[in-house]
Design a protein around this ligand. Structure first.
Ligand SMILES: Nc1ncnc2c1ncn2[C@@H]1O[C@H](COP(=O)(O)OP(=O)(O)OP(=O)(O)O)[C@@H](O)[C@H]1O
Ligand SMILES: [Mg+2]
Length: 268
């Protein structure tokens, strides 16, 4: 029998609070190398906080976070630099620098890492823009781009650093259906072509169903269920079912199509 593979990200018994506000109490999550795992859950349940925890952009009270074999729980900022090279993040709002051109936005993190060879930077920028389907827009300013293009440039910037893992915070929110599909395909393409493990937060169920190997639901200050996409879709857990039904109705209302009936619970 094959030994079970080691998770590339492992969160164990995480307790995190902001003052009196308890966000996680005993959260556990494993992300396996090469997979696309999607996090779902209600607004304010802690999905963005969980992604930031993995990059140690926030501190927590107790619990262990292991990234690519390194326990980062007590890491200092300087020790996190090499970890953050391996784990890129596409933030909820894209977080482009509005006063810099697309090229300078893409070059910025590479310069931070000590690359100052203009030819190398230009080649890398051109390569990643090609990858996200936006060749030749190096000279544009972020304000000249549509919402979908901004998200793709943000993705290109994360990919430019050649990460092993990408954390996506709502990469499709606010986009029209064509751009939602385009970004979803891009996430899958990066996963398959470059073997980038992906942990993705989304409110968009069709996109989640399309891209995810597994899905995990955050509720009650922990992960209440994690399963293969098809299994989670047909979960017997009432909290998961209610959430999926509510999200389906919201999607249907937005598109004018009547909602699907809730799936029958699976019989043992
Ligand atoms: N830096 C912070 N300081 C204090 N409270 C915070 C901080 N970041 C997040 N919170 C709180 O933690 C909780 C979880 O926030 P988080 O942003 O992770 O929610 P979310 O699940 O991503 O929601 P959404 O789906 O709306 O993006 C919220 O109540 C939020 O107000
Ligand atoms: Mg969020």
């Amino acid at each position: 029998m094959n030994p079970s593979p080691t998770p590339i990200i492992e969160v164990r018994d995480l307790h995190l609070a902001f003052g009196p506000q308890r966000v996680f109490e005993g959260l556990n999550l494993e992300v396996m190398p090469g997979e696309v795992l999607t996090l779902i859950g209600g607004s304010g349940c802690g999905k963005s906080v969980l992604l930031k925890t993995i990059l140690r952009l926030l501190t927590w009270q107790s619990g262990t976070v292991v990234v690519d074999g390194e326990d980062i729980s007590d890491y200092r900022e300087d020790q996190m630099l090499s970890v953050r090279r391996k784990v890129g993040m596409v933030f909820q709002n894209g977080a482009l620098f509005d006063s810099l051109t697309v090229f300078e936005n893409l070059a910025y993190p590479l310069r931070e890492r000590g690359c100052d060879d203009d030819a190398v930077l230009a080649a890398r920028a051109s390569e990643v823009l090609e990858m996200v389907g936006l060749p030749g827009i190096e000279h544009k300013m972020p304000a000249q781009l549509s919402g979908g293009m901004r998200k793709r440039v943000a993705l290109a910037r994360a990919v430019a650093e050649a990460p092993k893992v990408l954390l996506y915070d709502e990469p499709t929110t606010g986009l029209d259906p064509i751009n939602v599909r385009r970004i979803s395909e891009l996430i899958l393409d990066l996963n398959r072509r470059l073997q980038i493990t992906s942990l993705c937060v989304t409110h968009d169920l069709p996109s989640a169903y399309m891209i995810s190997d597994r899905m995990a639901m955050v509720a009650e200050r922990r992960i209440i269920e994690v399963a293969k996409t098809d299994e989670l879709r047909h979960s017997d857990n009432p909290v998961v079912r209610d959430f999926l039904t509510a999200m389906d109705s919201a999607t249907a209302r937005a598109s004018g199509i009547p909602p699907l009936p809730a799936p029958e619970p699976r019989r043992p």
